[in-house]
Design a protein. Structure first.
Length: 552
């Protein structure tokens, strides 16, 4: 027996028929029969119905496709000037030629921790200068004992590691302990070994599971425990069975010394591998632009080669067939023979170029060049602006074309790009450089090379305070040196900025090195009896006031 019960509303009228729960959840209609409140949830409109991406986990959306993406990005960087320019400009602005730490030990935290007032700003400066001297001794060793392969300095290795990060998505290294190098001239036993991120993978290429994500072994909270690294790259056919063998390397020692250094940009929480580099979002457009450039170039070459052609009033084969063997045929054949003889013997040249002398009845025609297309440059610039925006740069930095900018527009674009460069430098310094610095400071403290007051805490108890640092790279540079240096001087004079800030941001130098060099220059000029330049007179006067009188 069918039920005819019908629900009524407060007004006594039947309620509208409710759609099924499945239809209500499909994003097109809500539970009351109306359209979704968000156009982004529409499932039936012509603009959105075919767009149904899958909701993947952070590791699930990248790790299975990581090798394919990286191989395509690398091919593009190798063979396309625009992609190579994006990588080169990023490297030059973020890392440059001398990426290094400026030590800033947290003396206030150490003083609060120990109650020792000797941990003050003067101790921090002395400690920092000693630490930086030890870092330079290790990182710039001409014998390259800092490198496991003994080929690169630490700044060069930093540049290479960051290149891996922006192209492949990951920067990967292992901190080795090699005391056997000490008798051969090495000052420290800490050694850095860069690893190609391709080698970081699940043993035997197994799928990800709860504790293994793209070669990273994790605990129940997702914290990395160990890295599983192939003993040789999978494409290295000269390594025998090493390419199918993996080594498990813990991320740190039992007392917290870092072993594996792994840095990448996080796009989502619970992500364990990098997002395949800065070119991934614009990879398809760059590839299409390459095809378009090639097509236009091919057409332009054809137009350049096929520039002109000569026509005669008769077609030899058709006329011969029509005239047969009569007198007209003989006259026609005589005309064609005369044309042939004329062109064989005529070689009139002017300045080495042959003049186009025509036989009676002939005409010369030219092919008008329509390639590249009239909107080619505008279209290419629009595409490159898209690429520049995706990589965090200005279009001028990729194209190196400054013809259409003035001081104000370029400075605005450069400052916006600099925010991205500065953030990438800070992230790389904290994520990749800081673990290496921690390992070095631990060894320097262990062998007694750093000044410490009595009662100083052990390194493991105050690691963050001892190794606090600011990572410095190339300066921002100048668009208008006069204006920007005047602005920097006013900032220092008013107390809104410091010598340290301005030296690092504008020139990438350490302010203490600048002052030391300035003192050397003043003394050298005075020793030679040469009048001091006006920019050095104030410094010299202040120096003379503080000097003790020389003995007569």
């Amino acid at each position: 027996m069918e039920s005819n019960v019908q629900l009524l509303g407060p007004d006594g009228k039947p309620l509208p028929e409710r759609k099924s729960r499945a239809l209500a959840l499909n994003g097109s209609y809500n539970s009351f029969g109306g359209h979704s409140a968000y156009d982004a949830a529409d499932m039936y409109g012509q603009h959105m119905r075919e767009w149904n991406p899958v909701l993947w986990s952070p590791d699930g959306e990248l790790n299975p496709y990581r090798d394919r993406i990286v191989s395509r990005v690398r091919d593009l960087v190798r063979n396309d000037g625009w992609a190579s320019a994006a990588v080169t400009r990023t490297l030059d602005n973020v890392i440059g030629a001398d990426f290094r730490p400026i030590s800033k030990p947290d003396h206030r935290a150490l003083a609060a921790m120990t109650g020792n007032k000797k941990f003050d700003h003067m101790w921090a400066d002395e400690f920092g200068r000693a630490l930086e001297a030890g870092w330079r001794t290790w990182s710039e060793d001409p014998a390259h004992f800092c490198d496991a392969q003994r080929k690169l300095t630490i700044p060069q290795m930093m540049r290479l590691a960051f290149r891996h990060k922006i192209v492949d998505g990951d920067a990967l290294a292992i901190l080795q302990w090699m005391p056997e190098r000490l008798p051969r001239g090495a000052r420290y036993a800490t050694v850095l070994q860069l690893i190609d991120p391709d080698r970081l993978s699940n043993p035997q290429q197994n799928f990800d599971n709860q504790t293994m994500r793209g070669g990273i072994e994790v605990d129940e909270y997702g914290a990395p425990v160990a890295a599983h690294i192939r003993k040789a790259h999978q494409g290295d056919w000269f390594s025998g069975n090493k390419q199918v063998s993996w080594e498990r390397i813990p991320f740190e020692t039992d007392w917290g010394r870092p072993i594996v250094v792994h840095d990448y940009d996080f796009d989502r929480a619970s992500q364990h591998r990098g997002g395949a580099g800065i070119l991934t979002p614009v990879l398809q457009r760059l590839k299409m632009l390459i095809k378009y450039d090639g097509t236009e170039l091919d057409a332009a070459i054809i137009n350049a080669i096929f520039g002109a052609y000569v026509t005669s009033p008769f077609d030899k084969q058709l006329v011969t067939e029509a005239l047969g063997d009569g007198e007209d045929a003989e006259a026609y054949n005589g005309y064609q023979d005369a044309r042939t003889e004329f062109h064989d013997k005529t070689d009139l040249r002017l300045g080495g170029a042959r003049l186009p002398i025509l036989f009676p009845g002939e005409t010369i025609n030219t092919v008008s060049a329509t390639r590249p297309a009239g909107n080619f440059a505008e279209f290419e610039n629009a595409m490159l602006r898209n690429v520049a925006a995706g990589t965090g740069m200005s279009a001028q930095q990729i194209t190196q074309n400054w013809a259409d900018v003035n001081y104000s527009s370029y400075r605005a674009a450069a400052l916006e790009a600099w925010k991205t460069f500065d953030r990438r430098r800070s992230d790389f310094g904290r994520g990749f450089g800081q673990p290496i610095l921690c390992a070095m400071v631990e060894e320097m403290m262990d062998i007694g090379e750093l000044p410490l007051p009595s009662g100083a805490p052990e390194f493991a108890m105050a690691r963050a305070a001892y190794t606090r640092a600011w990572w410095i790279g190339p300066g921002r540079g100048y668009v208008d040196p006069m204006k920007e240096r005047q602005g920097a001087a006013l900032g220092i004079e008013s107390g809104l900025s410091t010598l340290e800030d301005e030296s690092a941001q504008l020139s990438g130098n350490d302010w203490r090195d600048n002052i030391d060099q300035r003192a050397v220059e003043i003394q050298y000029i005075k020793d030679r009896g040469i009048p001091l330049p006006s920019t050095l007179k104030e410094d010299a006067t202040a120096d003379e006031v503080t000097q003790e009188p020389k003995a007569q």
